[in-house]
Ligand binder design. Structure first.
Ligand code: PHE
Length: 332
């Protein structure tokens, strides 16, 4: 019996368990030996008892040792096997608006535009008056403004054209800048509007800048951003700070031009406003409008991102739903 206990091969869970049932279980061999003790003649009982006790200890030791060895083997497999794939740490992703912002900056960087930034709390001069919108100008109503109650001269900037004014005032010519940044408008939050959004505006001022230069630059931008197949159209428009002014539409990429709520069922989406800088602006900022001319444009980053990624609700950008954000991991 002792030989059998010692020779048992207990290198699997099943072998270990059947060993336990056979020798140490409630209906096992050793239990029955102990049970028959009472039938042994009194003179032999002690010796017999010692013998089965010895067997019991041997079986218990064997069992404990084999169990420990098996457990150790298991932890080794889990913790140390270098051929198992590792656990990847969770990786964050860039926000789609940051991705599009960098893409826009990269496209204009290649054309020689540098990035200019300015304050989000602006004074009336830089946000409106210098841009040819004196206090009673009706065009101020085009942008629902948040005023700052502490100082009636301060507003949350409604566009980054204010940065263009600041750069023009510095008077270093020529100017070739883009101004990315957050802007604020008092709009009711919906799938198409929010109380703040992000813009990239551009300004180019030099001698003999023409509308053809503007058009060419914007065509290049749209092709670089959306590919050569995209439909583009220019429409005449009005802005107080540009003359002539235009707006640019591209094929709605959410419905591929078929018509959907985002393009108001027209198949076209407006992506930017633009025009030749109004001479009065140049003069307001101390630039000689007889020698210099320029163009300006402004676009919303959200709108570009919606078209690029087929996102039909603006609110997704600010809700921070991890299931939305995760889809942009690995994009730059
Ligand atoms: N500032 C305008 C807006 O926010 C956009 C624009 C910029 C239009 C430059 C023309 C020229 O709507």
């Amino acid at each position: 019996m002792l030989g059998e206990i010692e020779a048992a091969e207990l290198n699997t869970e099943t072998a270990l368990e059947s060993f336990r049932i056979r020798f140490l279980g409630t209906r096992g061999i050793l239990k029955s030996f102990f049970g028959s003790l009472k039938d042994i003649p009194a003179g032999n009982r002690k010796g017999y008892g010692q013998q089965i006790n010895g067997l019991k200890i041997a079986a218990e030791e064997k069992y404990a040792a084999a169990k420990a060895a098996l457990n150790q083997h298991e932890t080794k497999l889990e913790g140390e096997d270098p051929t198992l794939p590792g656990t990847a740490p969770p990786v964050g992703s860039r926000h789609p608006l940051s991705i599009i912002r960098s893409q826009i900056i990269r496209i204009f960087d290649r054309l020689g535009f540098t990035v200019a930034e300015g304050p989000e709390i602006e004074d009336d001069w830089h946000n409106f008056t210098a841009l040819n919108m004196p206090p009673d100008h009706p065009a101020r109503d085009m942008q629902d403004t948040f005023y700052i109650s502490r100082n009636p001269d301060w507003v949350l900037r409604t566009h980054t054209s204010s940065v263009q004014v600041r750069v023009m005032e510095r008077g270093k010519l020529p100017i070739r800048i883009i101004c990315p940044g957050r802007v604020y408008r008092n709009e009711t939050v919906s799938a198409r509007a929010n109380s703040f959004f992000h813009q990239v505006e551009g300004l180019f001022i030099d001698r003999e800048v023409s509308f053809a230069d503007l058009k060419q630059t914007l065509y290049h931008f749209v092709h670089a951003m959306f590919g050569l197949e995209i439909g583009i159209r220019f429409r005449p428009s009005y802005f107080p700070f540009t003359e002539p002014s235009a707006e640019m539409d591209i094929t709605c990429l959410i419905c591929k031009g078929k018509g959907c709520p985002v393009c108001k069922h027209t198949g076209w989406v407006e992506i930017l406003g633009c025009g030749m800088v109004h001479p009065r602006l140049l003069e307001n900022c101390g630039i000689d409008s007889k020698t210099y001319s320029g163009y300006a444009f402004g676009m919303g980053i959200e709108r570009i991102a919606m078209l690029k990624y087929q996102i039909s609700d603006l609110r997704l950008f600010t809700e921070n739903d991890i299931r939305f954000l995760r889809q942009f991991s690995g994009v730059s």
